[in-house]
Design a protein around this ligand. Structure first.
Ligand code: AMP
Length: 216
């Protein structure tokens, strides 16, 4: 199955991507994770991407597209994949269609995780990430026992720059301007399926997997 996951920041794409990819035994390709990996390793790509990520802006297409192209050349994605965070604008979607077309392939389905803006701000502004092990806690939904300390490793918790309320509002604007046109792009091609992404994580996963089963 060749699947793209779309939805605003905070819709739970990363979490759901993990469960969906393992359920259908396809590799999960997350551009946000690849960028963050590069930032923590201090690579040139990471240095380039960080300033955009911290501001809640999209990393320029020249950087992002080359990186995804490389990843999709890996043999594990030849038969199927789940893309989480790519494409993020119509140009990236057209480029992706072009690559797949070179192999006479195409996307099977685009799954939209649907959640409103206020819920997104509530979810993201409560997130706290461990500096040491990277685990993500949530002040309301999954709070650590001691304020500011990771229960798993004792590391210090911090708020990612892109999880601050002003940045979240900006990321939502970027989503509305640049990413949401993908809904029409894929809707016109008959590829779009939407699922309600509110409520318990397991319920969202179940809805997502049910919506995708027929594309396996
Ligand atoms: P995410 O974890 O998917 O929310 O991505 C975190 C950040 O990485 C985004 O806010 C962007 O700055 C950057 N990013 C991820 N995917 C893309 C993409 N396809 N195009 C441009 N920037 C991206």
């Amino acid at each position: 199955m060749r699947l793209v996951l779309v939805g605003p920041p905070g819709a739970g794409k990363g979490t759901q991507a993990q469960f969906i990819a393992s359920n259908f035994a396809i590799p999960k390709i997350s551009t946000g994770d690849i960028f963050r990996g590069n930032v923590s390793e201090g690579t040139q790509l990471g240095l380039e991407a960080k300033k955009y990520m911290d501001a809640g802006d999209l990393v320029p297409d020249e950087v992002t597209i080359g990186m995804v192209r490389e990843r999709l050349r890996d043999p594990d994605s030849a038969e199927g994949f789940l893309l989480d965070g790519f494409p993020r604008n119509v140009h990236q979607a057209e480029v992706l269609d072009g690559w797949l077309g070179e192999h006479s392939a195409s996307l099977d389905v685009v799954l939209e995780l649907v959640v409103d803006d206020d819920e997104v701000v509530r979810r993201l502004s409560g997130r706290r990430t461990c500096r040491r092990c990277g685990h993500v806690w949530h002040l309301d939904f999954d709070p650590p026992v001691r304020d500011g300390v990771c229960d798993r490793c004792g590391g210090e918790l911090f708020q990612r720059d892109d999880d601050r309320e002003e940045t979240i509002r900006h990321r939502l604007e970027v989503y509305a301007d640049q990413t949401s046109p993908l809904i029409g792009y894929y809707g016109d091609r008959g590829l779009l399926r939407g699922v309600d992404a509110t409520g318990p994580v397991e319920d969202v996963t179940e809805r997502a997997i049910n919506a995708l089963r027929r594309f396996e």
